[in-house]
Design a protein around this ligand. Structure first.
Ligand SMILES: Nc1ncnc2c1ncn2[C@@H]1O[C@H](COP(=O)(O)OP(=O)(O)OP(=O)(O)O)[C@@H](O)[C@H]1O
Ligand SMILES: [Mg+2]
Length: 471
């Protein structure tokens, strides 16, 4: 794909020359067409880039031409350029899937640069999704792990080589990077897939409880042990045992685990009978386990036994190219669950997402999209939905339990009082209304219809108010 091709279809030579010059200066390759038929021919011949389309053309209406280009190239981003009088038509075009519309006027260039950049971002994303589909088919067994990051794809490729072997895999990575998903995927794609996948969380359980949970106990082993109970090791026989947060395993249990790794056997708590199991071990940690070894918190011999095949998952910040892909994936899933007809994110929402640092990694992104989908009341998740969710993420970003949204702790009256503390500063109604509308339209990314809906007024009223008419 040519990542910089722009096609301008407009019959007004002065404007075309002006745009061409400016966009060329920005580094784009610009082609022009002075009529609909000429433009359509270029698209038919395989144009791949971003299209700027005049609403009025000599031979066809921009809207009809747009329908034609959609048949040829459904994912061609089209930005309508319109004189003010035809804003309604452009709004209609956006409804039908145009990427954006820009009114000819003083801030045309400023808006155009942003809009063109966003359009190319979207184009790159759909390219990435195509690559992703190819990679998915190559990736085969790890299909549930979505990624376009070369780093991640590399990791998954190396993991392919161990799915059918019994070697221990240690998955290291920060919280929410997908460690458990990787562990499950290894199990699901290997020759133990018919066997059980059993997970044990080694953190936060007192040592004695953890021991009986992992290894089971005999009748009478302690008060309340009224009958023999199998532990997770036995439950995982023939399959995989996933030891989550293995760095937290108490010293005494580290010794017992080491023995299972060496000779596949152990005794239940309170018993002498030796139990033999066939279990593959995959463990995960969000600590630097080698550091724990050096600090003598973790046995070195156990570390080497557990990490015959170590992998470290990159944080989301180390693979920002995955953000759009994962965001779309989660959006689809949650929209489905919520029964909402959502197409995607508006460009500003996506820019906000890609600019967010995501300390809670994929889990944080997942929660963020879930909340935003719940808030969305349009065909797209808006930048507003994202901002509200980000604002409500409070302290614990990764946990998914949002704090009370900041802007909901203040009533509208409080906020007005804070903005206009003295009578002298009160703006005239006409001015207040005009700036409020402008603000709402900006927050809706220039989409007047959406702004009108958010404010609970009709579009006609919106336009009248924008002109300063108060009724
Ligand atoms: N590449 C990915 N594609 C799709 N979903 C993903 C991906 N990575 C993570 N997820 C999802 O993100 C969430 C967090 O992943 P997971 O539980 O595997 O992370 P973790 O590293 O084990 O986190 P923690 O350290 O907090 O336990 C899960 O819902 C998982 O399904
Ligand atoms: Mg986990």
């Amino acid at each position: 794909m040519a990542a910089s091709d722009i096609l301008i279809i407009d019959d007004y030579p002065q404007l075309v020359d002006f745009l061409k010059e400016r966009l060329t200066a920005e580094g784009y390759d610009v082609r022009t067409a002075a009529s609909g038929s000429e433009g359509l021919e270029i698209v038919r011949n395989g144009f791949e880039g971003v299209c700027l389309l005049d609403v009025r053309l000599p031979d066809i209406s921009g809207l009809d031409l747009f329908e034609e280009t959609k048949k040829l190239r459904p994912d061609l981003p089209v930005i309508f350029i319109t004189a003010h009088a035809t804003v309604d038509m452009a709004v209609e075009a956006t409804r039908r899937g145009a990427f954006d519309f820009i009114a000819k006027g003083s801030d045309l260039l400023k808006r155009l640069n942003v809009s063109v950049k966003n359009a190319f971002d979207r184009l790159n994303m759909s390219e990435q999704l195509k690559t992703l589909k190819i990679q998915l088919s190559e990736k085969g067994s790890f299909a549930r792990i979505l990624t376009v990051s070369p780093k991640m794809v590399g990791i998954l490729k190396t993991l392919e080589s161990v799915v059918n072997s019994g070697v221990t895999v240690l998955v290291e990575g920060n919280s929410g990077t997908g460690k458990e998903l990787v562990a499950r995927s290894i199990h699901d794609s290997g020759n133990r897939r018919e066997g059980p996948f059993v997970a044990v969380n080694c953190a936060g359980i007192p040592e004695t409880l953890l021991e009986s949970e992992m290894f089971g106990y005999e009748k009478g082993a302690f008060t309340g042990a009224t009958s023999r109970k199998a532990g997770k090791f036995e439950a995982a026989n023939g399959g995989t045992l996933f030891l989550d947060e293995v760095g937290e395993l108490p010293r005494a249990l580290q010794a017992k685990l080491l023995r299972v790794l060496q000779d596949h056997s152990f005794e239940r708590v309170g018993g002498n009978e030796t139990v033999t199991v066939d279990v593959r071990i995959i463990s995960a940690t969000n600590r630097d386990l080698m550091k724990e070894v050096k600090a003598e918190n973790f046995r070195e011999d156990l570390f080497y036994r557990l990490s015959v095949f170590p992998v470290r998952l990159p944080t989301l910040a180390e693979r920002p190219e995955d953000i759009p892909v994962l965001a779309q994936h989660f959006l689809k899933r949650f929209a489905n669950e919520e029964g909402k007809d959502l197409n995607g994110f508006d460009p500003a929402a996506m820019s906000t997402l890609t600019a967010h640092p995501f300390p809670g990694n994929v889990r944080e992104l997942e929660n963020l999209v879930r909340h935003s989908v719940i808030l969305a009341n349009d065909r797209e998740v808006s930048v507003d939905n994202i901002r509200t969710t980000l604002g409500s993420h409070g302290v614990d970003v990764a946990s998914g339990t949002p704090a009370l949204p900041m802007n909901q702790t203040m009533t509208l009256d409080d906020r007005l009082a804070a903005a206009f503390p003295v009578p002298d500063g009160l703006p005239p109604m006409r001015e207040l209304q005009a700036s409020y509308l402008k603000h709402a339209i900006e927050l809706s990314n220039g989409n007047v219809s959406r702004a009108a809906r958010t404010l609970g007024i009709g579009r006609a009223t919106m336009y009248r108010w924008m002109k300063g008419e108060i009724d």
